[in-house]
Ligand binder design. Structure first.
Ligand SMILES: [Zn+2]
Length: 360
């Protein structure tokens, strides 16, 4: 028992809604879940902040009590910057908002049962201390307001560990998978990365900030794997071979991740998991299995996109996280594989970026 937080009842022992598991088997599975360093690589925060990170009653899908109840041990919290106009005002707005959001994420440090982590070692230490590990991240390179060097400052000040190059809509750095017609986007703006985008990646590499290709166009993603000196990853995307959605990675992209030592974190977005929507936790594991079969279990992980549109039957919020472990076990993954999928792979990638940063 630490800091007065009751760990009993952290896991929901009720059978799954579809009753897929006999109760003795379920017990074994729940026990495994309790030993895992579970890391969810993409979660949004409500904005404006509602000061409900520790609230017992909240509509958000992830907060501290919910992670404890569900046995979720590490979370990447993203400062999400909506794409706006690529002009001075739009850039000023993005830069202002990202700092405000990162201040809220940093502000979790020192709160009961939480550590804001700068390194993979910090994440492991938080786990050992029974604290929730929070890893700061940025969703949308628009946050930099067209000034790539700013990522260095954000990494130093807030411990930012990844940034998606884009969100939906092209920005000054790169083309997005989904252009924004309302921002007068054509199909392509830079045919992948712009010069600024290449500069941003160089700065990210030197600062230990991972290059996240979720939301990026395929052209952007493929070029990023050539430009980046550390492997790129997709913090919240699924397999296009199983669900033809522009936000998903096709087989050629998956193969490139394998060749370059990258990672894809399958996400709990129903419309990315199943054509027409309605994907479940079993579909999520189906994507994990497909990717593991094609490029190896060391290149796949898990994310929820909770509080950013994610959430599926079986994993509707952080309290149901044990269901993902159960579904992975039911699909035949070994305990070792599950540990890699649930966080080992992501921690390895963070360490690779840290080493590259210190050598740069
Ligand atoms: Zn997103």
């Amino acid at each position: 028992m630490k800091k007065g937080i009751d760990r009993i009842g952290r896991f929901d022992k009720r059978p799954l809604a579809h009753d897929a598991f006999p109760s003795d088997l379920e017990q074994t599975m729940t026990d495994l879940h309790d030993t895992l360093l579970t890391l969810d690589s993409h979660i949004d925060i409500p904005w404006p902040d509602r000061q409900d990170a520790w609230a017992e009653e909240t509509s958000r899908q992830v907060n501290v009590p919910k992670t404890r109840k569900g046995g979720l041990r590490a979370v990447c919290l993203a400062a999400y910057i909506p794409q706006g106009p690529r002009d001075d005002d739009g850039h000023a707005e993005g830069w202002f908002r990202v700092q405000a959001m990162l201040n809220v994420i940093s502000g979790l440090e020192g709160g009961q049962g939480v550590r804001v982590c700068r390194t993979a070692a910090d994440v492991r230490a938080a786990y050992e201390a029974d604290d929730l590990a929070v890893i700061p991240a940025i969703e949308n390179g628009h946050a930099l307001g067209g000034q790539p060097e700013r990522i260095t400052e954000l990494a130093r000040k807030y411990g930012v560990r990844y940034m998606t190059l884009t969100h939906n809509g092209h920005n000054a750095l790169a083309d997005a998978a989904i252009p924004r017609k309302d921002l007068e986007d054509s199909e392509t703006l830079h045919e992948g990365l712009s010069d600024l985008g290449r500069e941003a990646i160089a700065k990210m590499n030197r600062s230990g900030v991972l290059v996240d290709v979720s939301h990026a166009a395929k052209s952007t993603m493929m070029q990023a794997t050539e430009v980046s000196t550390t492997p790129v990853f997709a913090s919240h995307s699924c397999a296009r071979a199983l669900c033809d959605h522009p936000r998903n990675l096709d087989d050629e992209q998956l193969d490139r991740l394998k060749e370059t030592g990258g990672l894809i974190q399958v996400t709990a977005m129903g419309s990315f998991l199943k054509k027409g929507g309605g994907g479940t936790v079993e579909d999520l594991v189906r994507h994990v299995s497909y990717i593991a079969d094609r490029i190896g279990v060391e290149h796949v992980g898990i994310s929820s996109d909770f509080d950013g549109g994610g959430g599926i039957p079986g994993w509707k919020d952080a309290t149901e996280t044990a269901n993902v472990t159960r579904a992975l076990q039911a699909a035949g993954f070994s305990d070792k594989d599950i540990a890699a999928i649930w966080g080992g792979n992501m921690l390895r990638l963070l360490e690779t970026a840290e080493k590259a940063a210190t050598q740069a």
